[in-house]
Design a protein around this ligand. Structure first.
Ligand SMILES: *Cc1c(COP(=O)(O)O)cnc(C)c1O
Length: 374
């Protein structure tokens, strides 16, 4: 089976981790040891941000960023319902309530228009997700945030190396959150990081990831232990160095897939607006199907042929029992995407032959099933 994503760990990573283990310095109680500090400096330089704060996961990054933004009980944070549910969980962890904005059916991200419809007097922050690696409409969202006095926190867990109007994701919003989970474009197994250009947010984030300590053993806020240990930071330093190479392969693979698949009826290939570059964490196709069963059958067929296709995300967050709200938000594009999309492997270790197999099997599956709408 061609996996939908797979960590790409080589000898250099192994050597770096072993070196840390032998050094005896495996973490640091102030928040970042030498390797974590190096990862922060390199990541900040890579995206063109003033600060980077390494943490234990993407979820921790989102949680800490929202706390730094001041989100608390009684506040609302506007997010998409079409995302991994950690986006909503991070909001709830602060005590705030997520409110849901619908998506653009082409980029699968929230827009200024859909976010605006979800803003109320309680809204504290807006948190777009650069889903599948595709940046949301950041200029418009930034303007909206400014207009309403809101903090713009980006969930870039899937978007390391994505670009928007010539700027790297991570250099644009008030705070940008990355994940280094095993399925992301670069990985430390588990890990995360927040970038920001604001000194105050950076200071808050550093405090929050060390138990809210203003100075050692003197907490002034309820934070957490979100320290990225030195083994994972060392792994991250090597992965970050390799990221541009990974991205180049992902982009080449995506281009090849689109060149072969774009002519097929009944599917919509991912489209990159002219002003942005996806990081291609996932290559996501829409089957213009009449039923979710038809999409699921296609995914099963691809599995049987050895293509590790997967559906992100089958259930929108606003329909998950723990996130139900009254009145239920109406998110037609979100619902439609949940029923119609599927992703196929596009990562740097998918060979040309494997890409050809993916194309062939999609063609075969589509021609065997005449029921889809055209
Ligand atoms: C992976 C992911 C997260 C969570 O990151 P973890 O490192 O697994 O905690 C949050 N949001 C999105 C969109 C993700 O894809």
């Amino acid at each position: 089976m061609i996996p939908i994503n797979r960590p790409d760990i080589g000898q250099e990573e192994a050597d770096a981790v072993l070196k840390v283990l032998k050094s005896g310095v495996i973490t640091d109680k102030s928040g970042a040891g030498p390797r974590a500090t190096e990862l922060e400096a390199n990541f900040a330089r890579y995206v063109g941000a003033k600060h980077a704060i390494a943490v234990t996961s993407g979820t921790a990054a989102l949680h800490a960023a929202l706390l730094a933004a001041g989100a608390k009980t009684g506040d609302e944070v506007v997010i998409p319902a079409f995302t991994f549910h950690a986006t909503a969980e991070a909001v709830r962890l602060t005590g705030a309530t997520p409110t849901f904005a619908d998506i653009n059916p082409t980029t699968y991200t929230v827009t200024a228009e859909t976010v605006k419809a979800a803003i109320t007097s309680r809204t504290k922050a807006i948190m777009p997700v650069h889903l599948y690696g595709m940046p949301a409409d950041l200029s418009e969202l930034q303007e909206l945030a400014r207009e309403h006095g809101l903090v713009l926190v980006e969930d870039a867990a899937q978007a390391h190396g994505a670009e928007y109007k010539g700027s790297m994701i991570g250099s644009i919003g008030d705070m940008t959150c990355f994940s280094f989970y095993a399925s992301k474009n670069m990985t430390t197994g588990e890990g995360g990081l927040v970038t920001t250009n604001h000194d105050e947010y950076a200071e808050q984030l550093r405090m929050l990831r060390t138990h809210g300590e203003q100075r050692p053993y003197w907490p002034v806020a309820i934070g957490n232990n979100y320290h990225l240990d030195e083994m994972r930071a060392a792994l991250g330093c090597v992965q970050l160095k390799r990221l541009p190479g990974f991205l180049q392969k992902r982009r080449g693979n995506a281009k090849l897939l689109t060149s072969r698949l774009a002519t097929l009826n009944r599917i919509d290939c991912p489209q990159e607006p002219a002003d942005r570059k996806s990081a291609w964490n996932l290559y996501t196709i829409r089957l213009r199907s009449r039923s979710v069963q038809e999409r699921n059958a296609l995914v099963t067929k691809l599995h049987e042929a050895g293509v590790g296709a997967a559906t992100y995300y089958e259930a929108p967050i606003h329909k998950m029992p723990i996130y139900l709200q009254t009145p239920q938000p109406r998110l037609p594009e979100t619902d439609r995407a949940c029923d119609q999309v599927f992703s196929i492997p596009v990562h740097q270790n998918v060979s040309q032959q494997e890409l050809e197999l993916e194309v062939r099997e999609i063609e075969r599956a589509l021609s065997a099933n005449p029921k889809a709408a055209s």
